[in-house]
Design a protein around this ligand. Structure first.
Ligand code: NOJ
Ligand code: MG
Length: 568
């Protein structure tokens, strides 16, 4: 039966009884600090999220992923955890956290937490103990080595951190060096110490026991470093990229994508699978060539359930480029594996920025992401076409990366942004604009200052202004979410690229099939109209990303610029 285009009330994912629910999920990432402030301190919090669950349900996303809100000095805004079992006071209490889990579940929705397994904050009691003496029982919780050269004045080996520069940091108290894959205040845990692995798997089990439906794994590809501590070999690559972690003139041979990390993916999956009522999932933040990313999922799908595929961030928004991307991901992640589609997150330029901040293209992006086979990861604000906050002075940045990269000349920044690299991530973390009111309705703080300023376009680009406008970006997202939710073919069906039924230079077409339900999707990646030949169409009705009206299928249909249609 063709699904009606009118959005339904509850966001329950459409999923076939045979496939686990997470394969047909739509994930919505929210940055707790920036989503909604309930207590007027200018910082988003858990009660704020609770207050906006109605909105998320109305929108029709069913799986929300929260960036970390555990106890932390917030030097990297929660990706530096100092207490894994508690909530940072600015975000609320454990009781709020449990209420959030319950209320999300009460609405038939799912909740995913962030899990930073690779490192802790320097302020974590484990590290405090570890650094206190070479004899500390927790010394081996982290990676400590003596320096090289007489007197130990040089780092233990040539390994570079993911951000460039040595990842070794000298600690005066014990005159040894500790390793940090990311920033110096994020020391890496030593997973070769069974006590560490045990303790961190305990953290995983703890949150799954609390009812969390999935975990997003921060820089999972860095977990194991080679036990030999041998130097990394030379490479000609100046900078790493999503598909190749080599850079800063060395291969990341001993520091990333180590075979032991791939084995750990399977071990972790077994822990996750201990919780089967309902099933849970993990999604890994990993970087590497497509075949390496696939290895994380395991040959039989026995590794990480999903991995982020960041190739999307650099794929040109054209029909031929998107067709190759889909073909590549279909080949690399065939069923029962499942690709992911990511266009924005809390580290990257917002997807719409690459689309020239054009709402028409944002509506097409919504249609693509919500009709292609895979788990779409939306980032709060995408659904209203919230842009990047350009022109935030780097000197005043809250993001620790901005200070780390202070020597990068300003003229290079836009080019880096185009390559998907942000050196001031404040730009993509602006408070969610809910309305045209003070502080964009994000906070009732009486002070003029929020933790980050609202986007200057917030008076125009906000939820309230788009809610009832059928032509808005928000309406397109809601419409496409509703279509996907009601169609097993769209949410979890098989995908095949279609032979051209319109100009292939501009129009991408694919079919989705689940048992007897066959759906065709066409996306016009151009600013011009395109003629679509529907004489052999499998179904009788058609829905567009631009309208709530369902149309009968005719033999020819003109696609408007940046329009997408689904034929049922
Ligand atoms: C990746 C996270 O997405 C980023 O925000 C964080 O700064 C680093 N990992 C370090 O945890
Ligand atoms: Mg607050």
């Amino acid at each position: 039966m063709p699904p009606s285009a009118a959005p339904s009330v509850g966001p329950q994912p459409a999923s076939s009884p045979a496939a686990p629910w997470w394969k047909s999920a739509v994930a919505y990432q929210l940055y707790p600090r920036s989503f909604m402030d309930s207590d007027g301190d200018g910082i988003g919090d858990l009660r704020g999220i609770l207050a906006r669950l109605d909105y998320l349900q109305w929108l029709g996303v069913e799986t929300i992923w929260l960036s970390p809100f555990y106890t932390s000095p917030q030097t990297d805004f929660g990706y530096d955890i100092s207490g894994h079992f508690d909530v940072a006071p600015e975000y609320g209490t454990l009781a709020d956290c449990r209420r959030l889990i319950d209320e999300v579940h009460g609405r038939g929705m799912k909740i995913v937490f962030d899990m930073v397994l690779n490192h802790t904050s320097i302020e974590h009691p484990w590290f405090q103990e570890s650094r206190s003496s070479r004899q500390s029982p927790r010394r081996d919780f982290y990676l400590w080595r003596a320096g090289r050269r007489p007197g130990g004045g040089a780092p233990p080996n040539n390994w570079r951190s993911m951000l460039g520069g040595s990842g070794w940091h000298h600690d005066r108290a014990t005159d040894e060096w500790y390793w940090a894959s990311f920033l110096p205040f994020q020391p890496d845990l030593n997973y070769r110490n069974p006590a560490v692995k045990h303790a961190m798997l305990d953290v995983v089990r703890h949150w799954l026991r609390e009812g969390v439906d999935g975990l997003r794994l921060d820089i999972f590809n860095a977990i194991y470093k080679d036990a030999s501590f041998a130097d990394n070999p030379f490479s000609l690559r100046p900078l790493p990229s999503e598909d190749n972690p080599d850079g800063f003139f060395q291969r990341a041979l001993h520091t990333q994508n180590h075979p032991d990390t791939l084995a750990f993916a399977r071990e972790l999956r077994a822990v996750v699978d201990e919780f089967s009522h309902p099933p849970r999932f993990v999604v890994g933040e990993v970087f590497g060539a497509t075949d390496v990313l696939r290895e994380y999922c395991g040959a039989e799908g026995e590794g990480l359930n999903l991995v982020f595929l960041f190739k999307t961030l650099r794929t040109p928004f054209t029909a031929p480029a998107m067709r190759s991307l889909v073909a590549e991901l279909e080949q690399a992640f065939p069923e029962p594996l499942c690709p992911t589609y990511v266009f924005s997150n809390h580290d990257r330029p917002r997807g719409i920025d690459r689309l020239g901040n054009d709402p028409a293209r944002a509506r097409l992006l919504a249609a693509f992401q919500l009709t292609v086979r895979g788990v779409p990861f939306l980032y709060y604000g995408d659904e209203i076409g919230l842009g990047h906050h350009h022109g935030m002075p780097r000197e005043a940045a809250r993001d620790p990366l901005a200070a780390r990269f202070r020597n990068i000349p300003g003229w290079l920044v836009p080019a880096m942004r185009r390559r998907g690299i942000l050196i001031n991530r404040d730009e993509c973390r602006s408070p969610m604009p809910w309305s045209a009111e003070t502080h964009a309705g994000f906070s009732h703080a009486e002070t003029p200052e929020l933790w980050l300023p609202v986007h200057p376009d917030s008076p125009l680009i906000n939820v309230a202004s788009q809610r009832d406008d059928p032509g808005s970006v928000l309406s397109s997202y809601r419409r496409m979410l509703a279509l996907r939710r009601r169609s097993l073919a769209l949410s979890g069906g098989h995908l095949e690229l279609l032979p051209p039924l319109a100009d292939p230079a501009r129009v991408l077409g694919f079919s989705r099939r689940h048992e007897d339900e066959l759906v065709w999707v066409f996306l016009n990646f151009s600013a011009r109209e395109a003629m679509l030949d529907l004489r052999t169409a499998p179904g009788g009705s058609l829905c567009s990303n631009l309208s709530d009206e369902q149309e009968p299928v005719r033999s020819r249909r003109v696609l408007a610029p940046w329009e997408a249609v689904v034929v049922f």
